[in-house]
Structures are given as C-alpha cells and as structure tokens.
Design a protein around this ligand. Structure first.
Ligand SMILES: Nc1ncnc2c1ncn2[C@@H]1O[C@H](COP(=O)(O)OP(=O)(O)O)[C@@H](O)[C@H]1O
Ligand SMILES: [Mg+2]
Length: 231
C-alpha cells in the first residue's frame, strides 16, 4: 500500500529525517515509535503532503506520489489526524465533520451512521462548537473527520496524547475495529509504548531522524525496542 524509499527532510538547513524507508500494508497497523523531537510528526507531514521531502520517494498504491500536495494525497485516500488534533474551533461538530466531504463524490457527501456508532458522543454534540469540546472529544472528532473521507491510509499522530484513560480505551477499540475491516492501512505514531505495542503488526523505532530498529511485532525483541524508543 505505502512504501517510502530513503526519505530525507530538512527545515531550512537543518536535516531532520535521514533515509527513512518504511512500508505499511492494508489491514495492518504500522507503528512509528520514538521519543520527543526525533522526527515522527515530520515524517507524517511528508506522508500527508504537508511538508515536502528533500530527497527519496514515496510510493502509494504502486504510484509515485513524492511531494504531491496534501489535497492530492487526500483525494487518493490519505486521511491525516495531526498531533494536537487541529479541529476548527469556531465551526460546529457537524461542520467539522462536513469539512471532510471535499474529496468525496457528491452522492457520498453524508455522515455515515458508523461514525456515530464509533463515537456516540459526537452525535449528541453536533451543534456544539469544536472549541467547546474537551480534549478527548476533539480527538474523537479529528479521527471521525478523517474517517469520513473513507481513507485507504490513515495517519494517526499520537492519538492518546493528553487524553483521559477511558477515551484512550475507546480510541484503541476504534483502531482495532478499523484494522479488523481490512480495508485500510494504519500508521500509528505513539509514545505510549503499551498502547502501540499491543496493536502493532509492524514497528519502526526512530531516533534522531533515523530508523534504528524495526521488525514485525511477532518477532521483534521487545527489550531492544524499548531501549531504541527511549533514546
Ligand atoms: N517547522 C519546523 N521548523 C523547524 N524545525 C522544526 C519544525 N517542526 C519541527 N522541527 C524540529 O524538528 C525536529 C523533529 O520534530 P517532530 O517531527 O515534531 O518530532 P516528533 O514528532 O518526533 O516529536 C525537532 O527538533 C523539532 O524542533
Ligand atoms: Mg510529534
């Protein structure tokens, strides 16, 4: 589904990512792990078209999409839930959800029932302003908005950050449900080790912009992984 070959990224003259090569498959959860400031968000910005890479390439569905713009990637099925959520605070919950319609065909522009089955609280809050929601509710809204675009690749940047335990459990169940549907590839960036490890199929550990350890969850050495992600 997704493959990157030796992606590098610079902000001005400072290099942040070094030769990042990853793969993510449909029906699987691919985890990117690593401590603060190692470049996880920067990598998702490349994968969502929110920042260009300086070299390397990005293949999506066997097509080279290197440095395509965010809207082009969205229309090719890339759903992005950025770190810090970035919902529209002055728009209502419903309007926030409808902002995902842009990439859909006219007859697909409705909020599917599934969204409210996964996130019942959003149904009750449709006419509330996004900015009035709690952090956990905003995170649910951000994930729901990405799902409305019917993504084939879902990028989740630290969905549990600053979220209370019962909502973390709910978000975990939603991610597990999405995986069970086997119709999208999920890339999960997480610092919450147990949350990520529990549901990962494939794991990449990043330190200072480089992949330092990787492997299928079934065979990866958990101790080595813990060490790699704590640097
Ligand atoms: N827009 C930017 N301009 C310059 N430096 C940035 C920018 N965004 C992030 N950085 C720097 O790039 C590095 C990686 O950041 P980031 O990708 O956010 O890491 P992570 O998500 O792993 O915490 C950090 O040193 C951060 O300060
Ligand atoms: Mg980050």
């Amino acid at each position: 589904m997704l493959k990157t070959n030796e992606i590098c990224l610079h902000y001005g003259s400072s290099q942040i990512l070094y030769n990042i090569s990853i793969e993510a498959m449909i029906g699987e959860i691919t985890c990117l792990m690593g401590s603060n400031g190692v470049g996880k968000t920067s990598l998702l910005k490349v994968l969502s078209g929110n920042h260009p890479s300086s070299s390397g390439n990005y293949i999506l569905n066997e097509k080279d999409v290197t440095n395509f713009e965010a809207h082009e990637l969205a229309s090719r099925g890339v759903g992005y839930v950025p770190q810090g959520r970035f919902i529209f605070p002055l728009l209502t919950v419903e309007e926030n959800l409808m902002s995902g319609f842009a990439v859909l065909k006219k007859d697909e522009r409705y909020i599917p029932k599934l969204i409210f089955d996964l996130f019942p609280v959003l149904k009750k809050m449709l006419s509330r302003k996004g900015g009035d929601l709690s952090g956990g509710q905003q995170q649910q809204l951000a994930i729901a908005r990405a799902l409305i675009m019917q993504p084939k690749l879902l990028l989740l940047d630290e969905p549990t950050e600053g979220i209370q335990p019962n909502i973390i459990t709910l978000i975990g169940e939603v991610i597990d449900y999405l995986k069970s549907q086997k119709n999208m590839a999920i890339i999960l960036v997480e610092q919450y080790f147990d949350f990520a490890f529990a549901r990962a199929d494939n794991i990449f550990a990043i330190t200072r912009g480089e992949i330092v350890y990787e492997g299928r969850k079934a065979i990866i050495d958990k101790k080595k992984l813990r060490k790699a992600v704590s640097i």
